[in-house]
Design a protein around this ligand. Structure first.
Ligand code: CP
Ligand code: NVA
Length: 306
């Protein structure tokens, strides 16, 4: 029996596999821009399970699967038996007998791992409390479109050590670049939670300005992630000095990019002049979710037989 490949965290793929995916994403994007039909996944079905809200992830996976010739089914906790306590293992066994590939957005990483362990088809992480690998794949593809290889470059992560931050840290190990992290005290990176077996690719800075100095990319995310809403008031207080603003962009490299996975809160984690300014590539970054995830689904279902 062949082993099923899943995409549960960034380090599930090697640097060579990312090189392949980025090349395929560029090709698939070019076909899309030329309105050229491309249907390698005809008759394939994607199940998308959402236990948290989404705009971009749902849209990019659903539109992407249609564009590849297949179809997508949207499921959420409220309308399925998952919301009434059906074990994840049972759901995995049933769902994976009816579709070809599954994407899940849920809470603890452990939930998606249990699902994958009982799935007969590839499972993709569409965001957990710990990781958001599809987003970082799109972000790095966006970086490459502007600046070429990310190897040896510096990414400044400003704000919460959340699922996005953890995934950047994993990506830095896999693709050999550096992350400068600045979080408020008591929100520091937890290497074990980030799944890091190598901590040599990141450095922590108390002052966010120091983290941004000379960076090729400055990036941030909401102060309060989904599932942590009860901490919102306290976080809003604690993160006041971690807003990416024009001073931080000015101390970064002159051609530094700004990214944000969205949705964003102008006036909190980023100032309006930065996210709406000339160094911001957030709309291209959002669009690239579509192209990179099409490459991902193609790879998980067909391998390199293209
Ligand atoms: N960036 C991202 O994953 O957005 P959604 O929550 O809208 O899917
Ligand atoms: N860190 C955010 C990302 C949203 C796309 C969250 O988990 O809510």
């Amino acid at each position: 029996m062949t082993t099923i490949r899943h995409y549960l965290q960034f380090q599930d793929f090697s640097a060579d596999e990312y090189a392949w995916l980025f090349q395929r994403a560029a090709h698939i994007k070019a076909l899309f821009k030329q309105y050229q039909p491309y249907h390698p996944l005809t008759d394939r079905t994607l199940a998308m399970i959402f236990e948290k809200q989404s705009t971009r992830t749902r849209l990019s996976f659903e539109a992407g699967m249609h564009q590849l010739g297949g179809s997508a089914i949207y499921l959420n906790t409220r309308d399925t038996q998952l919301g009434r306590g059906e074990p994840v293992e049972d759901a995995a066994k049933v769902i994976s007998r009816m579709v070809d590939i599954v994407m899940i957005r849920t809470f603890e990483q452990e939930i998606i791992e249990r699902f994958a362990a009982h799935s007969r088809v590839p499972v993709i992480n569409g965001l957990t409390n710990e990781y958001h690998p599809c987003q970082i794949m799109a972000d790095i593809f966006t970086f490459i479109e502007h600046h070429g290889d990310i190897r040896g470059k510096t990414v400044a992560w400003i704000g919460d050590s959340n699922n996005m931050c953890n995934t950047w840290l994993q990506a830095a190990v896999t693709l050999d670049f550096n992350v400068h992290v600045s979080t408020p005290p008591e929100y520091e990176v937890e290497p074990e939670r980030a799944g890091l077996y190598d901590t040599t690719h990141y450095e922590q800075f108390d002052d966010p300005m120091d983290a941004c100095r000379g960076a090729d990319l400055v990036t941030t995310d909401v102060w309060t992630s989904m599932g942590f809403e009860a901490e919102n008031e306290e976080r809003t207080r604690d993160f006041q000095d971690w807003q990416v603003d024009a001073d931080m962009m000015a101390i970064a490299a002159p051609d530094a990019l700004f990214m944000h996975c969205l949705p964003a809160h102008r006036g909190e984690e980023v100032s309006a002049d930065v996210i709406d300014g000339p160094q911001s590539v957030v709309w291209q970054e959002a669009e690239n979710r579509l192209h990179t995830q099409k490459a991902l689904m193609e790879y998980l279902l067909l391998g390199k037989a293209i």
